[in-house]
Design a protein around this ligand. Structure first.
Ligand SMILES: Cc1cc2nc3c(=O)[nH]c(=O)nc-3n(C[C@H](O)[C@H](O)[C@H](O)COP(=O)(O)O)c2cc1C
Length: 322
């Protein structure tokens, strides 16, 4: 089935909650489950433009998706404006209407990425960041968005100037994660940084950071001028966050049977999309049952799962644990 093409103004009008890009977490099955639960848009894991150019099989795997997810967002990272522009154009050709938008990662703080001048390191090099955004915007007809941090160094907030630069280069939206890159994923995320950026630019601002509940999502919309919100760690094991937001927060916690059904559906869809990743499903399964009775026993048992049959046996056993 052909996906409907992505309509940006209609999208932001609906106070959307999105699944944030998460490397090593956002497999195609998890993304589809979040979408079915009400995520307005899902993001790929971050994808290396250099890996795409070299047709690295691991990179190609990150572009797999299942019917029902599209249109979805793809996030690219790199530091070479020409390479990023070339790969953005390739993505558009390859995915067609399945591609909602292209997001450029200027937020990733890990040494493997920022140490090479990519990801959050671009916040220390706004001139290069501007060349990247300008080149990618010119290379594709799809909306180009950028994800940034509050700043790079702790205490030095640069997101407002940086977002103004991104807007001037044609970015269609800016996502702000309210931690400094040096904080990595620790400490609190400064919600007001999202508000300061939203007050300074005319493009929509997407909020990221410490989104665990419907109240967190509402706060970004109501008090910080966010046009959309992204759930990241708060969605791990909890795709119900999307249905709770979409349904007005009245729903209660998922039952044991619902957790078991979603964990099994995740395994089944992943086996269909990308069976090589079934080992990586272990932590998702542990997350689905986090804090529940038997969670520790389940964490031990899931470490032995390798194949879809192993997950089926485990889920059959878990169904009777309640
Ligand atoms: C395991 C993990 C992987 C992540 N991978 C990416 C990524 O590929 N691209 C990106 O822009 N952000 C990535 N992030 C950052 C999240 O998208 C989000 O901005 C951050 O976790 C803050 O939100 P939270 O406090 O609600 O988790 C990742 C975060 C985690 C925990």
């Amino acid at each position: 089935m052909q996906p409907a093409s992505f309509d940006m103004p209609a999208f932001f009008a609906a106070r959307p909650l999105l699944l944030a890009p998460m490397a090593g977490v956002n497999d195609p099955a998890f993304r589809l489950i979040c979408k079915r639960m009400g995520a307005a848009l899902t993001f790929s894991e971050m994808i290396s433009a250099a890996g795409m150019r070299h047709k690295n099989p691991k990179t190609e795997e990150l572009l797999l998706h299942l019917d029902g997810e599209a249109p979805f967002a793809v996030q690219l990272f790199g530091s070479d404006p020409c390479l990023l522009a070339e790969q953005a154009a390739r993505l558009e050709d390859r995915l067609g209407d399945a591609l909602a938008l292209i997001d450029i990662n200027m937020a990733c703080p890990v040494r493997k990425v920022a140490g090479k001048g990519e990801g959050a390191a671009l916040m220390r090099d706004p001139a290069r960041a501007a060349r990247i955004l300008g080149a990618v915007v010119t290379a594709t007809a799809r909306p180009v968005t950028v994800k940034i941090r509050r700043g790079f160094y702790c205490g030095e907030e640069t997101c407002v100037e940086f977002a103004r630069m991104a807007e001037a280069q044609g970015a269609a939206a800016v996502t702000v994660h309210g931690r400094f890159a040096q904080q990595l994923y620790q400490g609190h995320s400064e919600r007001a940084a999202v508000g300061r950026v939203a007050a300074a630019v005319s493009v929509p601002v997407i909020a990221s950071g410490d989104v665990h509940s419907v109240a967190d999502v509402a706060d970004y919309f109501e008090n910080q001028g966010a046009a959309a919100v992204m759930a990241a760690r708060g969605a791990q094991g909890n795709p119900w966050l999307f249905s709770h937001w979409a349904g007005g927060a009245s729903a209660g916690q998922p039952t044991h049977a619902e957790r078991t059904a979603v964990a099994w559906e995740h395994a089944r869809l992943l086996a269909q999309a990308d069976p090589h990743r079934l080992v990586g499903l272990r932590r998702h399964v542990a997350w689905y049952f986090r804090g529940m009775p038997h969670a520790a026993a389940l964490r031990r048992r899931v470490q032995e799962c390798v194949s879809i049959d192993d997950y089926r046996d485990l889920m059959d056993a878990v169904a009777s644990w309640n």
